[in-house]
Design a protein around this ligand. Structure first.
Ligand code: PGA
Length: 264
C-alpha cells in the first residue's frame, strides 16, 4: 500500500528529554543512565534524551553507548573556543558525542542573564556544529495574568530563531515551558498547553513554511509527570516533554517514556 502523504506529514516521533539541572554527581548520573538504558534503551518509538550536568556528561555518554538513548547538554557558549572562563563549546560537546543541547531555559534567562539575542547566537552555533537545540520559551505568571502569553512567546520564537533556515528548522526542538509551571507542581491544563503549542506551530509555518513546520517537535515542560503526561501527550501539537523533577528517578522517567510510546 502506498504511504498516505497526509499521515506522513503529521507524524512526529515523540521526544522525552530529561533535564537533570544541577543534580547528580558523575557516579549517580551513570547509575541513573544505566537504569534508563536497562528499561528503555532499545526503545525506538520514542526519542529518549538525557541532559546531565557537565561534570557527568562524558561518563553518562559512555553508559549510553550501544543504546538508543541520546545525550544532551544543558547549555553552551556560542564561540567554538577561546578565553571564556567557565564555558564549554559546541565542538567540545560534539567531541563527547552529545547530539542535543538545551538552550534558553528559563532558569538561564532568569538567573544568568540570557536574552533572546544571546540564545539566538547559541542556537545558530549549535546548528552550525550539527547539535540539535532544545530551544526553551515560555511566559511568567505575571505575563500570563496580564494576557500577554502569546505575545511573549511570539517574540521569543521570532528572535530566538532569527537566521535559522528552512532546511535547519526541522532539527530544532522547541520546548514550551510556562515559567510558573516549572518545578512548582502546577501543570498547565491541556487546553492552555495545546493553545500555545498550536500558536507556536502557526508561527513556525509563517517562518519556515508548512512542510518544515510540521516536522518540528514542540515539547511541553513544567511539572510533567506520569499522572498528567498521557493527557498532555495526546494533544495534537504536543510532541513530547522536557522533564525536570520526574527525570531524576529512573522509574518516573521510564513511565513517561512508556506514556509517550502509548500515544497513537
Ligand atoms: P520540572 O522542570 O519538570 O521540574 O517542572 C522542567 C524543566 O525546567 O525543564
Amino acid at each position: 500500500m502506498p504511504p498516505n502523504p497526509l499521515f506522513l506529514m503529521t507524524t512526529r516521533k515523540k521526544i522525552i528529554a530529561g533535564n537533570w539541572k544541577m543534580n547528580k554527581t558523575s557516579a549517580e548520573g551513570v547509575t541513573l543512565a544505566q537504569d534508563v538504558v536497562a528499561a528503555v534503551g532499545k526503545q525506538s518509538d520514542v526519542e529518549v534524551i538525557v541532559c546531565p550536568p557537565f561534570t557527568a556528561i562524558e561518563a553518562v555518554g559512555k553508559a549510553l553507548e550501544g543504546s538508543n538513548v541520546k545525550l544532551g547538554a544543558q547549555n553552551m557558549h556560542h564561540e567554538a573556543s577561546g578565553a571564556f572562563t567557565g564555558e564549554v563549546s559546541a565542538p567540545m560537546l560534539r567531541a563527547i558525542f552529545a547530539t542535543h543541547v538545551i538552550l534558553g531555559h528559563s532558569e538561564r534567562r532568569t538567573y544568568f542573564g540570557e536574552t533572546d539575542a544571546s540564545v539566538n547566537k547559541k542556537l545558530l552555533a549549535a546548528l552550525k556544529n550539527q547539535l540539535k537545540p532544545i530551544f526553551c520559551i515560555g511566559e511568567t505568571l505575571a505575563e500570563r495574568e496580564a494576557g500577554s502569553t502569546l505575545k511573549v512567546v511570539q517574540t521569543q520564537v521570532e528572535k530566538g530563531l532569527e537566521g535559522v533556515s528552512k532546511e535547519q528548522a526541522p532539527t530544532v526542538v522547541v520546548a514550551y515551558e510556562p515559567v510558573w509551571a516549572i518545578g512548582t507542581g502546577k501543570v498547565a491544563t491541556t487546553e492552555q498547553a495545546q493553545e500555545v503549542h498550536a500558536f507556536i506551530r502557526g508561527l513556525l509555518v509563517k517562518l519556515f513554511g508548512d512542510a518544515a513546520a510540521q516536522k518540528v517537535r514542540i515539547l511541553y515542560g513544567g511539572s510533567m509527570k506520569p499522572s498528567n503526561a498521557p493527557e498532555l501527550l495526546a494533544q495534537k501539537d504536543i510532541d513530547g516533554g522536557l522533564i525536570g523533577g520526574a527525570a531524576l528517578e529512573a522509574r518516573s522517567f521510564v513511565e513517561l517514556v512508556t506514556a509517550a510510546a502509548a500515544v497513537k
